[in-house]
Design a binder for this molecule. Structure first.
Ligand code: C5P
Length: 222
């Protein structure tokens, strides 16, 4: 097939989803937030107290997890077994456990299988940690996003604090640092830049500047 795949990877809270959504909207591509899938699996694991060391319990859980996206208005609307969990997956309990759950080989294999199916025949923008390396190694355009860690923590804090008055900037900074460490050092498909990925450091870039940068890279394939 000759559908176009745009893969966006990078550290936590680098603005991957902001850029991915803007791109999808502008180009009329499908947007898939792969992190939301790992977060929803994590929510299920927490609720059902799944033992992360039990292969059988993990396989059983994966069989019972049904994820669906409803990408109205290019936001992430995800359901876990038909329950809308889009807000709950952003809360700290999930953020604190998602990197451990997504380091599990069985979990990754199942998510990657579902993600590859979504990008088989449609023009798609997918963001995550292993999209350009593992999920779509042949994506036409790969971006690797990065930004100053303090700038990232401040951006995420601004996003979270209105609904989470108890959260502190330090908590957010720690969580990002911890997730980046776990994501880059895990054995199974660690976060790393694909050789052919274009680096986009957006520390000093506005969302519009990032969008233009990405559009320029994608235009030759349209
Ligand atoms: O993108 P987001 O920050 O919501 O992702 C949450 C977590 O899910 C990441 O910290 C990472 O542990 C995991 N993840 C992953 N592979 C992806 C997307 C997310 O391991 N493709």
């Amino acid at each position: 097939s000759n559908n176009i795949v745009v893969a966006i990877d990078g550290y936590s809270s680098c603005g991957k989803s902001t850029l991915a959504k803007a791109l999808a909207k502008k180009l009329h591509f499908i947007y898939v937030d792969s992190g939301a899938m790992y977060r929803a699996v994590t929510l299920y694991f927490l609720r059902n107290k799944i033992d992360l060391h039990s292969h059988d319990a993990i396989m059983d859980a994966l069989k019972n997890i049904h994820l669906n996206f409803h990408s109205r208005d290019y936001q992430t609307h995800i359901t876990l077994n038909d329950e809308e969990v889009s807000d709950e997956i952003r809360l700290m309990p999930v953020s604190e456990n998602v990197s451990a759950v997504s380091a599990i080989r069985e979990v990754r294999h199942e998510m990657v299988r579902q993600q590859q199916r979504m990008g088989k025949s449609k023009n798609i923008v997918m963001d995550g940690r292993d999209i350009g390396t593992v999920v779509f190694p042949h994506a036409q355009v790969k971006l690797f996003m990065t930004a100053d860690p303090y700038v990232r923590a401040e951006r995420r804090y601004k996003e979270l604090s209105p609904n989470n008055p108890d959260i502190s900037l330090e908590d957010v900074f720690e969580n990002l640092a911890h997730r980046d460490y776990q994501d880059t050092t895990r054995e199974e498909s660690p976060l790393t830049r694909a050789e052919d990925a274009i680096i986009l450091d957006n520390t000093d870039l506005t969302p519009d500047e990032q969008l233009q940068f990405a559009i320029d890279k994608i235009t030759p394939f349209l």
